[in-house]
Design a protein around this ligand. Structure first.
Ligand SMILES: Nc1ncnc2c1ncn2[C@@H]1O[C@H](COP(=O)(O)OP(=O)(O)OP(=O)(O)O)[C@@H](O)[C@H]1O
Length: 624
């Protein structure tokens, strides 16, 4: 073993993160203490968990605690915990790298201007590196539980750190901050106590500070926090600020939570849950599907593991918090969790809690709910497919753009829709397409708009797939208006009567026949439309066929899709159809017919089979 200090370089990302943290968070510099105490508390949790199987890890030091002290002369502040500690290799791995996946992508994606935004920086959990906001040198000495070796890690935050053997007598980690010039406020007992009370009161282990006598710290330590895990305390005694501080501890989010729900359940199952809905998606939200974090499982107050995957369905993966069970065995393993009926029950109870909380927020604080929907709506929609037993409740929480306002950001619920249905209308109408403009300007909406019938506008990738799992809402069928013939059920009493329709269809028989001949196998049928008022034509699938948009999505994902053929619906009153009908040159007429078909494909968002031929035809007609 070497006795001299060895020098190492930080992984390249670390330097960048460090610089960002120090520059962006200076105005919130107090948070360094919260971060260090939070890590110390995690280290105590880890020891308590490992000691379930190996009680000898406690040695002769059963106490788990976090001590804060300072030395005015040396200008140092010390955070010492009796937690799990770190081995030499762990010091190198944990304090010289950035483990979170996606950090590099995140940094690259941030523009220069955004880099100064503390909220954004906070999203990747600044953690240990926050120490460098106030310190120009940080010394970490650690001795892992069960080992008699200790090591000192030291860095000035300049891209390098050193590592040397040490002789720390006790288990755990001691972090000494050599404060920068001007940071003397942290050398004051009163300030530190008030910071602990503000940010770390909820920590479940005692945070202790030296008793002061005549303004001088003594060797005796006293607790300065409540040292009771927050969720074990009665709701009425916990302030919003305390809940928010705790949220930051469990979620590593820098901003506040949007809402939370804290419950104690007694009876068949005994557990406490404290669940938070974040206000924003974390930067690596998309990356973490495989290793989901965010819901901590405690058993009888002992932290066991991150168990989001077992305790919550995938579509609620944005939830953060803790669940503390009195019934599960302390020696539970992931394998046991996965097969356990008790866990299954816990999972449905937690799912209900989250849906209750979302319903309450939607009802009482619609603006907050709108923020939630913007951040996580697309995730919640997956629930329609994943959790059929709750699909009615999920459906109530859905929000859609609609022709009611015609604006992308003004969203309506299915309940809103029901109140605006026309007399005689039976279906909840929707249209889906690739992107907002394609759906908003679709010719398919013209007839419905003329009758004043509202249509939900689905324009996100997941929409058509998700909505396919929702056959009806409150007894009303959900109806894709791009399919089948529209009648009274879709249009209400204002829909054209059958006699009138038949008369129009009869008058158009000639043009319909000619078009069917021009288009041949491309379409299943040509018919007069109820949908159109301004456009000449549109494409419509059979009511039970797969929508054209969905066919494209599946094809793009590499699936074999049965090629259902659309019908071409026409608006015989449109001048282009009259021009088609009166064209005497058969070749030109066929070209015009094909153009009508291709236009309908384009308007619906499809790519053309042979775009060059389309352009040639179009140009010939423009010049002719
Ligand atoms: N006091 C401590 N005792 C033991 N290990 C620690 C301590 N402080 C930090 N560590 C280790 O160093 C790692 C990195 O800490 P850091 O605070 O940078 O990130 P983190 O806590 O994992 O995540 P986050 O970015 O969410 O804060 C921790 O995961 C932990 O393994």
């Amino acid at each position: 073993m070497t006795t001299d200090a060895q020098s190492f370089e930080f992984q390249s990302d670390v330097q960048q993160v460090l610089r960002l943290v120090v520059h962006s968070l200076y105005s919130n510099k107090n948070i360094f203490l919260r971060e260090l105490v939070s890590n110390a508390s995690d280290a105590c949790d880890k020891l308590r968990f490992e000691a379930l199987k190996a009680p000898e890890l406690y040695g002769d030091q059963p106490e788990l605690r976090i001590d804060l002290s300072f030395d005015k002369d040396a200008r140092t502040l010390t955070v010492a915990d009796s937690g799990i500690g770190m081995s030499r290799q762990e010091l190198i791995d944990n304090l010289g790298t950035i483990a979170r996946s996606g950090t590099r992508q995140f940094l690259e994606a941030l523009g220069e201007a955004q880099k100064a935004d503390a909220q954004l920086i906070g999203q990747f959990g600044v953690g240990f590196y926050a120490a460098f906001i106030v310190a120009d040198r940080v010394t970490v000495t650690s001795r892992r539980a069960g080992s008699d070796e200790s090591f000192t890690w030291e860095s000035s935050g300049d891209g390098r750190f050193t590592l040397a053997p040490a002789s720390q007598a006790e288990r755990g980690t001691t972090i000494v901050l050599h404060l920068k010039e001007g940071e003397d406020e942290f050398l004051d007992g009163w300030t530190l106590r008030s910071l602990v009370r503000t940010y770390s009161d909820h920590i479940g282990f005692p945070i202790r500070m030296p008793v002061e006598k005549d303004g001088q710290p003594t060797a005796e330590f006293e607790p300065v926090n409540q040292a009771a895990a927050l969720w074990t305390r009665p709701k009425a005694e916990i302030s919003d600020e305390e809940y928010q501080a705790f949220y930051k501890h469990v979620s590593h989010d820098f901003g506040d939570a949007l809402a939370w729900s804290h419950n104690r359940v007694e009876g068949n199952q005994n557990f406490t849950s404290l669940l938070f809905i974040p206000a924003r998606a974390p930067f690596d939200f998309g990356f973490e599907r495989d290793a989901r974090k965010g819901l901590k499982l405690y058993i009888k107050r002992v932290f066991i593991m991150d168990a989001a995957e077992d305790m919550l369905p995938n579509y609620l993966r944005f939830v953060r918090g803790v669940v503390d069970s009195d019934d599960l065995p302390l020696n539970v393993s992931r394998e046991i969790l996965q097969g356990s009926r008790q866990v299954e029950k816990l999972r449905s109870a937690l799912t209900r809690r989250v849906l209750d909380l979302l319903e309450k927020t939607a009802r009482d604080e619609p603006e907050k709910y709108a923020d939630f929907w913007r951040a996580f709506g697309a995730v919640l929609k997956e629930g329609l497919a994943e959790d059929p037993s709750n699909s009615a409740r999920i459906a109530k929480l859905l929000r859609f753009a609609s022709t009611h306002s015609g604006e992308r950001d003004t969203l309506v619920s299915l309940d809103d829709y029901l109140t605006r249905m026309k007399p005689g209308q039976e279906t909840i109408n929707y249209l889906s397409a690739d992107g907002w403009n394609a759906v908003r300007h679709s010719p398919q909406l013209e007839g419905l708009a003329a009758h004043g019938v509202e249509v939900l506008l689905l324009h996100e990738r997941i929409d058509e797939w998700a909505i396919g799992y929702l056959a009806e809402y409150e007894g009303r069928k959900l109806r894709n208006v791009a399919k089948g013939a529209l009648g009274r059920a879709e249009l209400g009493e204002g829909g054209a009567g059958t006699e009138q329709q038949e008369a129009i269809a009869k008058a158009a028989e000639g043009v319909v026949g000619k078009l069917a001949a021009s288009l041949g196998e491309r379409v299943s049928e040509v018919r007069v439309s109820q949908r159109l008022t301004d456009s000449p034509a549109c494409l419509v699938m059979g009511e039970h066929d797969m929508g054209l948009h969905m066919q494209r999505l599946l094809k793009a994902a590499g699936h074999d899709v049965p090629a259902g053929k659309p019908a071409l619906e026409i608006n015989p009153a449109h001048p282009l159809l009259q021009r088609y009908d009166t064209e005497t040159d058969p070749a030109r007429r066929d070209d015009l017919g094909l153009l009508l078909f291709e236009q309908a494909q384009l308007a619906e968002g499809a790519a053309l089979d042979d775009p060059a031929a389309f352009v040639r035809r179009m140009n010939a007609l423009l010049l002719g």
